[in-house]
Design a binder for this molecule. Structure first.
Ligand SMILES: *[C@@H]1O[C@H](CO)[C@@H](O)[C@H](O)[C@H]1NC(C)=O
Ligand SMILES: *[C@@H]1O[C@H](CO)[C@@H](O)[C@H](O)[C@H]1NC(C)=O
Ligand SMILES: *[C@@H]1O[C@H](CO)[C@@H](O)[C@H](O)[C@H]1NC(C)=O
Length: 278
């Protein structure tokens, strides 16, 4: 969780530093919960500005656009790696995952550096079995990141995703876990859509098999995976957890119980006091 926050904070920092008022609309880190923008139908540029201020596509080009300022038109180019987004509310250039070029198929020549194929963008690093690293290029300078454990960088969605949903990731090789085959039972039919398996060597880690492909999941602080209930329970109740974790979990549980007892006592006292007042 902490890692995610750091990554998100970094991405915002770079975007903001580069583009000044670069809104959330173009930041892939925020695209998950975003409502699609409903733009008003846009006038097109045909030799003169339809409105005093506005941006308009250049026919055939995915990264050039016309910007009208006070009724004066100027042709501009998005930075290399970004594309003109007619739907954008603020800064008119977006990452490729947000813009379908369609018939606007031409792009400026790439300006690669020794670290980046384009000046801007997000790029997957590693291979099919090493899916979690990605690179953010900002003005041709590379900043490398790693997805939170168990997630893979998706070039399609431009974010860290479940590895089974990332086309160029081999989830089994990446997670080092193969979902056991479950025989089709004559009485019960095919196995349930998802199954859970404990991980070897880590009592807080477990796998979820969706069909044949695994996802890795983690129990929270002081909890461990319990195979009987397929849930995370206090680690002191999980034999597979190391002694230190079990002791810590037991201590935390005892403290929580004490706190609860105190609260109950306090509530009982204040209720009695109030009762005596009236
Ligand atoms: C645009 O016009 C406004 C009002 O006429 C003026 O105050 C402003 O300086 C102009 N801006 C530019 C960039 O020309
Ligand atoms: C157009 O943009 C200019 C410069 O940013 C600004 O001064 C002017 O008020 C804007 N005009 C309209 C109608 O929004
Ligand atoms: C995975 O990819 C990253 C980024 O390219 C690289 O630094 C790392 O060494 C790779 N790990 C393995 C095990 O290949």
């Amino acid at each position: 969780m902490d890692k995610t926050l750091i990554v998100l904070a970094c991405l915002c920092g770079f975007a903001a530093a580069q583009f000044g008022g670069f809104g959330q609309s173009s930041n892939p880190a925020f695209s998950r919960n975003q409502q699609p923008i409903q733009p008003a139908p846009k006038a097109t540029y045909a030799g003169s500005c339809p409105e005093l201020n506005g941006t308009y596509p250049v026919p055939g080009s995915c990264d050039a656009y016309i910007q009208c300022i006070n009724g004066t038109a100027e042709e501009r180019l998005c930075p290399d790696g970004l594309r003109f987004n007619p739907e954008a509310a603020g800064y008119p250039c977006s990452y490729p995952n947000e813009v379908a070029c369609l018939e606007r198929s031409s792009l400026q020549p790439a300006q690669p550096t020794d670290q980046c194929e384009h000046q801007f963008g997000y790029y997957k690093l590693g291979d099919r079995s090493n899916c979690s690293y990605f690179r953010n290029c900002v003005s041709g300078v590379a900043y490398d990141f790693q997805c939170p454990e168990g997630l893979a960088w998706s070039s399609a969605s431009y974010r860290c995703d479940w590895p089974d949903e990332v086309e160029d990731c081999d989830a089994e090789a990446f997670l080092g876990f193969r979902c056991p085959e479950v025989p089709v039972s004559r009485e019960l039919g095919p196995p349930a859509g998802f199954r859970y398996y404990r991980a070897e060597n880590n009592c807080q880690k477990y796998f979820l098999c969706l069909g044949t492909k695994p996802r890795v999941l983690f129990c929270g602080k002081n909890t461990g995976y319990d195979d009987l209930t397929n849930t995370c329970v206090s680690a002191d109740q999980v034999d597979a957890c190391p002694v230190q974790l079990r002791e810590e979990a037991a201590r935390a549980r005892a403290e929580a119980e004490q706190l609860l007892a105190k609260e109950l006592e306090f509530n009982a006292k204040t209720t009695n006091k109030r009762r005596n007042q009236f």
